[in-house]
Design a protein around this ligand. Structure first.
Ligand code: PLP
Length: 344
């Protein structure tokens, strides 16, 4: 085994084609055995369901090298479970949870030379994806699908440390009440692209979406859940009246770390937009960046600045970030079952 000759410390968050990927196809009512293949391309019918009615979903997780040289992934069972519930909502055949975890293992193992070394700040991003390959022309679920996992080495999301970002309250909605906001489907991203491109043109890093029905409560950003810290050091995590927040595994892990490891008080509750100005720290959380600190929100011209400022993460956010990344990298002991070792 020879590590790839990459400049690990300077990777971006972009696709780099690695040697191997996992592919399983669903045909005649069942998933085939699955193979590791070199072929990074997909050939399918012009009439494939994914191309017309967007029957597609995905997952995202990471593999890390620990200080003692093991390769581990973080809570892959949770991604397996979430992909099953996403698939059911989209009338796709769920890929069995045990097979999902095995497929992640096989794919990472086959690309072991691409797993960034410990301490480089880089990680191996693992992308499971599932889509309808079967022909459909009338609107209905397809009868053939592909499940695929590929990996790509990615740099630290924030080079030179996480600087707080400025976000805006969007006039677009991310997800309809009781729609598909709580599943990890590409369709939720297709309709967010115009909003994010527009926000970037206006100088904002992200969109903060309110609940679509009443525009009163905060929900999440385009691809990350929200965290707040109040002046008493309490962690506040928004809930949705209309089940339209994506259940982030990072967020759930942070809640557990906050309660059980840092002994903070945690409130998971509905959060009104008009109370956000009372908080002292804010962060966005997801697999890619773990936590991105937010320094300021622009709400239709009204600036909400957090006490933590624009230079660095707030103190509580930093503690949460250090604890969770320490567990992910194997430097701090994690709760039972969180760290899944991949034996070579
Ligand atoms: C994937 C995703 C997240 C983050 O989930 P993690 O499991 O923490 O990576 C948050 N919001 C949306 C809309 C997502 O698609």
């Amino acid at each position: 085994m020879a590590k790839k000759d990459l400049d690990w410390g300077n990777l971006g968050f972009t696709y780099i084609r690695t040697d191997k990927r996992y592919v399983s196809n669903f045909r005649d009512g069942k998933w085939d055995d699955g193979v590791i293949t070199d072929d990074a391309t997909i050939v399918m019918s012009e009439d494939a369901g994914v191309l017309h009615y967007a029957q597609e979903c995905f997952e995202g997780l990471k593999a890390y090298t620990t200080a003692d040289g093991r390769i581990v992934t973080f809570r892959p069972d949770q991604n397996a479970k979430r992909m099953v519930s996403t698939a059911k909502r989209l009338e796709m055949p769920p890929f069995p949870e045990e097979r999902f975890i095995e497929a992640v293992e096989q794919t990472v193992r086959a690309n072991a030379d691409w797993v960034p070394p410990h301490g480089s700040g880089a990680t191996l991003y693992v992308r499971p994806v599932m889509f309808a390959t079967g022909d459909v022309i009338g609107v209905k679920p397809a009868d053939e699908y592909q499940f695929r996992i590929f990996v790509t080495p990615v740099g630290p999301y924030f080079k030179g440390g996480a600087k707080p970002i400025v976000i805006k309250v969007s006039d677009f909605d991310r997800a309809a009440p009781h729609g598909t906001g709580n599943i990890k489907a590409g369709l939720n991203y297709a309709m967010s692209l115009h909003a994010i491109v527009t926000a970037h043109e206006e100088g904002f890093a992200e969109n903060l979406y309110l609940d679509a029905a009443t525009r009163t409560y905060v929900e999440e950003t385009g691809g990350a859940n929200l965290l707040f810290v109040d002046k008493d050091g309490k962690l506040i995590v928004p809930k949705s009246h209309s089940d339209s927040i994506l259940p982030s595994i990072t967020r759930r892990s942070i809640v557990d770390v906050a309660r059980d490891y840092l002994h903070l008080t945690v409130e998971e509750r509905y959060v009104r937009m008009d109370e956000v100005e009372n908080f002292v720290e804010m962060g966005l959380c997801g697999t890619a960046a773990v936590i991105s600190p937010v320094g300021r929100i622009n709400d239709h011209g009204k600036e909400i600045s957090f006490a933590s400022g624009m230079e660095k993460m707030g103190p509580v956010t930093q503690k949460l970030y250090d604890a969770l990344t320490g567990m992910q990298m194997g430097d701090i002991e994690a709760p039972e079952g969180w760290i899944h070792e991949i034996t070579l």
